[in-house]
Design a protein around this ligand. Sequence first.
Ligand SMILES: Nc1ncnc2c1ncn2[C@@H]1O[C@H](COP(=O)(O)OP(=O)(O)OP(=O)(O)O)[C@@H](O)[C@H]1O
Ligand SMILES: [Mg+2]
Length: 904
Amino acid sequence: MAKKWVYMFSEGGESMRDLLGGKGAGLAEMTRAGLPVPPGFTITTEACNEYFKNGRKFPEGMWEQTLEALREVEKMTGKKFGDPSNPLLVSVRSGAKVSMPGMMDTVLNLGLNEETLKGLAKLTQNERFAYDAYRRFIQMFGRIVMKVPGEKFDEAFEKIKQKYGAQKDTDLGVEALKEVVAEFKRIYKEHVGEDFPSDPYEQLRRAIGAVFESWFGKRAVDYRNYYGIPHDWGTAVNIVTMVFGNMGDDSGTGVTFTRDPATGEKILWGEYLPNAQGEDVVAGIRTPYKIEELKEKMPEVYEQLVKVSELLERHYKDMQDMEFTVERGKLWMLQTRAGKRTAKAAVKIAVDMVKEGIISKEEAIMRVTPEQVDQLLHPRFDEKAKEQAKAEGRYLAKGLNASPGAATGIAVFDADTAEELGKKGESVILVRPETSPDDVHGMLVAKGILTQHGGATSHAAVVARGLGKPCVAGCEAIRIDLTRRLFTVNGKVVKEGDIISIDGSTGEVFVGPITTIEPKLEEEEELLALLSWADEVRRLGVWANADYPKDARQARNFGAEGIGLCRTEHMFFEPDRLPIVHQMILAETLEERQAALDKLLPIQKEDFKGIFRVMEGLPVIIRLIDPPLHEFLPKYEDLVAEVTELRVRLEYEKDNAELKARLAEKEALLRKVAAMREANPMLGFRGVRLGVLWPEINRMQVRAIMEAACELSKEGLRVYPEIMIPVTANANELKILKELVDETARKVMEEQGVTVKYKFGTMIEIPRAALTAGEFARYAEFFSFGTNDLTQTVYGISRDDAEGKFLLAYVEKGVIPANPFQTLDREGVGRIMKMCVEEARQVRPDIEIGICGEHGGDPASIEFCHIIGLNYVSCSPFRVPIARLAAAQAALQHEYGLKKKVIV
Ligand SMILES: Nc1ncnc2c1ncn2[C@@H]1O[C@H](COP(=O)(O)OP(=O)(O)OP(=O)(O)O)[C@@H](O)[C@H]1O
Ligand SMILES: [Mg+2]
């Protein structure tokens, strides 16, 4: 017997999501819960995969099973497919395991031809409706199944609308629609080279094939690549009895969410369009009404919708996004799925649902992505700057606040240009009449999206929310002229390339830039609650990298439990200190060098005091000087140019004593710099190597650290300095430095008459260090993985060259799964880290091990740090909240086996 490829809705359910796709599983689940779902069935994702394996042929038995299921639907509805007197019409809908909104195609009203059309008209006593359904069908079938360019239909339709003086689609009468049908058929024949197929079975077979094909359509592939969805999942095909929202004013169609997807507020939220078919809302062709209006127009339907929505939310334990249609006063449910939401809504819904007893704290933690936390902490417009822009007359119009956040950029009118400019690093705002899946590549790079038509559930709005980008939709006041590449609004003209600002939280649109401000974590109540729950379950500590007290303060406000990396180089680079640093580097004798260092000592001490004060009670890892010294000196090439110029000038001003002196000075400097030049500074004379050969610098730094610590300790502050040595490759280097550090610290503590506990440790950023971790652990009380350099040295590539030249192409070609500088390479770099941890702990079980590379703020890398048992991750202050959540998710996933369930 052939495999089972087809399931009636009554046979499926939520647990069969892989096989039936999200839409099919949802329809089945609703059917079984007794909700009003039009009869139908699902062809499985396996059938789709088999279709491609089979050289694009239906698998054996699938068509027969489809026909059988269709017979079943005929029985349930009392209608017959292709029957002129009582025709069954169906929709053919795609539906993958995860929702890919608008990425796949749907054909409605299938089964119509000249005969069934007449039957439908007679049966419904509504000829206009029948023709409206027919013209939609020809258009959709032509465009989706046979790839007739959609604009051909649109243009013809507009022409006829103009001819009849119709404003809206619904203004067209039967005669006009008949004309539309004839014209559409002509267009179809012109492009396809044959007549529109009148056999409903032929229509069905082709439509099913087209849904399968759309799985590998460009926009679907792009979407999957962007979201990392596997290409071998396949799509299911859902065949659903048509119900009609376009049968008059007691009919309509809508989309509704059980909570507000922008704010997360618990209200029935959505939109409704009377006398229309579903795709009118989704495509944003007409701007719909708010769902509350349904309450007045059809109170019973509204009440029923409220009940259904409560039931579904409780059932799925998550916010639902539902599609419905009302046919002559009767409600039909056409889809339910977990609703896409903004970052703000995701956090609020997760926290509220814990309070409402629907989910546990742990589930709430798994419902929010670290990226959403990131988005929440993104900038918004400064209210004052906004007020000022209004006062200056820069306010243009207001549309729907479809996806929150603020953005400023140049207006661009098509996705390709947006993509091109965006990739060059320009901030662009994509401005479109409405968006379609073909615009997604432009939306991905745009800073924000502005559309003239469409509601809060239009394509633009849904995709923007998913991407976390601001979007103002349905801004009807602007008139876009795509050919002249501009829009006009209230007599003003905004051309392509002009700067505009959009506020997706309010819907406001401005010309010119507006200053943005950073949001405040302390005001994000729900996020704070969620993060505090995350802190309860995570095992990894979350520290931050901060060089300045103000960064340390920011980090601490965000919940950092220590400083994992305080770099000291910047303390040398400050303009007022650089001359002293130059003296120190250029010194001919030890005395000269010491004199310069003595001048730097009090300054560094103050720097450290600043950080220690802010981090009172928490550990602070200070890394001794890291870069090669020539980085502090002027560049060789610049000096050569300067010296040459001075020499030329002296040719003309031979007696200019001042010039001569300057030349002599520059020449001396050039000689020094030339002598210090390195072919590959990254692997040169730097870090601990400096400490071994020029110990005075490190000694000064340790003294500054310990004096700062002792003095504050005497003030009663709790200070926990940890001194970290960079670029070590050999345990003997550590041995030498440990002596230096201990001796200097002992001296300082004696002088100060106080003891301060400090730790001595090292960066692990060279493979040899990791490979000899046991040796290292004899000296070091802590390790910190510098995974940027470790990745460079393990891979044998320099980041700047690699990212610029081939690394990203490697990712695109699939040579490597991800940029190893963004996400830790677990197999290579990670393997070395794991070995290092294990070996070090054998020698020193309580050794403190963390990571301070950029990876410390990357969720996937954080998960790996959890797995290999690090003590903490250290990241940039702004990523601290993200890391807190990611660390908690790693713990829940690996210690308690919880799965992430995230809807973005
Ligand atoms: N049998 C039907 N009767 C009436 N309307 C339908 C029927 N099937 C689908 N629709 C409507 O047609 C529109 C498009 O359908 P569908 O849900 O398949 O695709 P979509 O919403 O564009 O994308 P997604 O796959 O993300 O849901 C929706 O508004 C839906 O409610
Ligand atoms: Mg849908």
